[in-house]
Design a protein around this ligand. Structure first.
Ligand code: COA
Length: 330
């Protein structure tokens, strides 16, 4: 699978820490020093997972130089779809990707990596030639704006990668490891509401709806700084790659302190750690492609560069992938 195009779709409105502190009891200094976040985008009334995901997918398609009808698979990693039956088909339809099969995949902040690896399996098996993998989340729908421990962390956004079949020797998915541990799932949840409605004698039916995001921040922090280096190390060893061979470290953008801690564990200089969470916060499934798109477009990531990636989050879920960027055909 070759990584040949990328694109982003971001909400127009940006909310600074100072603006947020007018809504909830927090301040710029606390948020910046604990997380590195300075502002976040929040979707307006005319924006949604479908519209942002479509913008990202179209940009990736254009970057790759494909026609929409060339696409065989549209995979949308999201935990906050517009429609629980799936938002990927809406994007596929609006894009005009008439030959593509489209579906959603949920693995929280690890979702993009899980979806990219899934697309890679379809491509390697020969079932699919060209795929668009989108990561999109609108967690502003699901945060409790009165809970300062969580609402300051998240932002909305979408980004996408265009990937296609290639000779095995050129495969840009150099290696991957994916992990789940539901036993620790309670530390970060977006659970259904506990409400039932009388149906028939002896049976109440569940009422649909979700409670806001609940998180044990310290548990999640410890999980990330323990598991991300472990899975990355396993991947590097398994593929015979030295950390010094990585052109870039591209981690899920949750917290600058997590990024720094992981980089330090591998002796990777901070200049080679991609970070844009100061502008966007944690956009969940979108962080990795959003960061990659920015770094490709400003010329930091060049064709042939090797990226050590890791996603982690609710589930609990986490994983790592070694990706080689190819870019569009010249
Ligand atoms: N503004 C001001 N004060 C805040 C605050 C905010 N936004 N959020 C929490 N505080 C206060 C707390 O109330 C607490 O005050 P107290 O000591 O008077 O009780 C104090 O700050 C310390 O809170 P604590 O939760 O211990 O802070 P922390 O150092 O663990 O940092 C996180 C909190 C959330 C930044 C940190 O735990 C973290 O980043 N965890 C990982 C979260 C994450 O990345 N989740 C997504 C994974 S995909």
């Amino acid at each position: 699978m070759a990584l040949v195009g990328c694109g982003s779709g971001l909400p127009a409105a940006s909310i600074s820490n100072d603006q947020l502190s007018e809504r909830v009891d927090t301040n710029d200094d606390w948020i910046r020093s604990r997380t590195g976040i300075g502002s976040r985008r929040v979707a307006g009334a005319d924006e949604s997972i479908t519209s942002l995901g479509l913008k990202a997918a179209q940009a990736a398609l254009d970057h790759a130089g494909w026609q929409a009808s060339d696409v065989d698979l549209v995979l949308l990693a999201t935990s906050s779809p517009d429609d629980l039956f799936g938002s990927a088909p809406r994007i596929q339809g609006a894009l005009g990707a008439i030959h593509a099969v489209a579906f959603d995949l949920t693995a929280a902040c690890s979702g993009f990596l899980f979806a990219l690896v899934t697309a890679g399996q379809y491509i390697r098996s020969g079932t699919v030639r060209r795929a668009l993998v989108i990561g999109a989340d609108q967690l502003s729908r699901w945060v409790d704006w009165d809970d300062r421990r969580t609402c300051v962390l998240f932002g909305d956004g979408a980004a996408a990668l265009a990937v296609e079949a290639c000779p095995a020797a050129d495969d840009g998915l150099v290696g991957f490891r994916l992990r789940s541990d539901g036993r620790r799932g309670d530390s970060l949840t977006l659970n259904q509401i506990e409400q039932r409605t009388p149906l028939v004698q002896g049976l109440d039916a569940q009422v649909g709806g979700f409670t806001p995001i609940r998180m044990n921040g310290q548990e999640v922090f410890k999980f990330a700084v323990r598991e991300v280096p472990a899975v990355l190390r396993e991947l590097l060893e398994g593929t015979g790659t030295d950390a010094a061979d990585l052109d870039w470290l591209l981690l899920h953008q949750a917290n600058q302190r997590i990024l720094d801690a992981v980089a330090d564990r591998f002796g990777i200089p901070h200049e080679r750690v991609l970070s844009n969470l100061v502008h966007y916060g944690n956009t969940s499934a979108a962080t990795i492609p959003l960061m990659l798109d920015e770094a490709v477009r400003d010329g930091r990531v060049q064709p042939g560069h090797l990226l050590g990636c890791s996603g982690f989050g609710a589930g609990l879920s986490w994983g790592a992938a070694l990706l080689r960027w190819r870019g569009p055909a010249a």
